[in-house]
Design a protein around this ligand. Structure first.
Ligand SMILES: Cc1ncc(COP(=O)(O)O)c(C=O)c1O
Length: 356
């Protein structure tokens, strides 16, 4: 049976990327060797790394005064690398759920954390707005897309202090004005690659702002100075990331990917709003393009397990909501085809008919 993959992460990657990755595991770029059995210092891999960085810069329109590096450890490692490097006195954090809470916990080990806005009062179903950003903090930290709840910032904030953003789950899904950020990072296992590689995009001036002496692997300069090769980089995920970026470019670049993401999200949100059995869970203006959350309407809650079973029988994969939110979540990352969203919408319509 055809499967429609809505996994939240690791998640769907384009078929052509998987095919290229499979081939490279057997014969990497005609070297006659497996990608998994070569040195990261071979010219062939160095070319992959350079390509990945160049494509990232081109697709996201990253200005020249920013560096890109790849490192292991996942986004969770950045939760403490960021304050270790840049938190001397105070930092401002906006709390939009689990992923910022985790970052806040780590930051408190290095300095004072001021949570300047939070949406915890309504179980993180909206993005706080209109908050004042203090000027006496080392940086402002946000999570651009909240994978668990399905909320997303729709504008790049104007910040008087360095703005740092976790874009693990919406990187390269929509245009971003990189020049408004001092640092953008994320785990690559949603829109770009398998788990194992983290991307960091850092403005040059931040490299001089490291506030304490750190173990070598924790210092941002180590990774920039050594071109992501201070230690053995995650070769396979970087290769897949490069293939995904090549795919994006061939598909028409970020403008086209963004257009498709909006189209898919509009289709699914329209059905959620129309269908008498389902309702959305977050403020409409903050709805994520990537993680689309919904629950059964009031009085129909007991139908949830039946819908889950029906959806599964129709090939839907990964639509169970996060345990903190419940209900359903369809993650519609870049590689998720419109066809999958159409199949889910059809499934919701059929389910409504069955319960008329
Ligand atoms: C927004 C966000 N930040 C951070 C993380 C943690 O990423 P990692 O597992 O790479 O540490 C996740 C994981 O899903 C996430 O969605």
């Amino acid at each position: 049976m055809k499967k429609y993959n809505f996994n939240a992460g690791p998640s769907i990657l384009p078929d052509v990327v998987l095919e290229a990755a499979a081939k490279a595991i057997i014969d990497f770029d005609g070297t006659g060797l497996s990608l998994l059995s070569i040195s990261h210092r071979t010219p062939e891999f160095e070319a992959v790394l350079a390509d990945a960085k160049n494509l990232f810069r081109e697709l996201l329109n990253i200005p020249d005064n920013y560096q890109i590096y790849f490192v292991g450890g996942g986004a969770s490692t950045q939760f403490f690398h960021i304050p270790a490097n840049f938190l001397k006195g105070k930092a401002a954090y906006v709390n939009t759920g689990v992923w910022t809470k985790k970052a806040i916990k780590e930051a408190k080990m290095y300095g004072q954390v001021d949570v300047i806005a939070t949406s915890e009062d309504k179980n993180f179903t909206y993005i706080p707005k209109g908050f004042a950003i203090p000027e006496d903090v080392d940086y402002l930290y946000i999570c651009a897309n909240n994978t668990i709840y399905g909320t997303e910032y729709k504008e790049d904030l104007d910040s008087p202090v360095p703005l740092i953003a976790d874009m693990s789950s919406d990187i390269l899904s929509r245009p971003v004005d990189v020049s408004k950020y001092a640092l953008i990072y994320g785990g690559a296992q949603k829109n770009l690659a398998p788990a194992g590689v983290t991307f960091v995009i850092i403005r040059d001036d931040m490299l001089q702002k490291v506030v304490r002496e750190l173990p070598t692997m924790m210092n941002v300069n180590t990774h920039v100075d050594n071109n992501s090769m201070f230690n053995t980089p995650p070769v396979f995920p970087i290769y897949v990331l490069r293939e995904t970026l090549k795919w994006m470019k061939a598909e028409g670049g970020l403008a086209e990917i963004y257009r498709r993401n909006k189209e898919k999200a509009e289709l699914l949100y329209a059905e959620i709003d129309r269908n008498s059995l389902f309702r959305g869970t977050v403020e409409k203006e903050d709805r994520s393009l990537m993680n689309i959350c919904f629950v059964m309407t009031e009085g129909n809650e007991e139908l949830a397990p039946e819908f889950m079973a029906y959806a599964k029988s129709k090939g839907m994969v990964g639509i169970k909501g996060h345990r903190l939110v419940g209900g359903f979540r369809a993650s519609c990352y870049n590689a998720c085809p419109k066809e999958s969203v159409e199949a889910l919408v059809a499934c919701m319509q059929e389910f409504e008919q069955m319960h008329k």
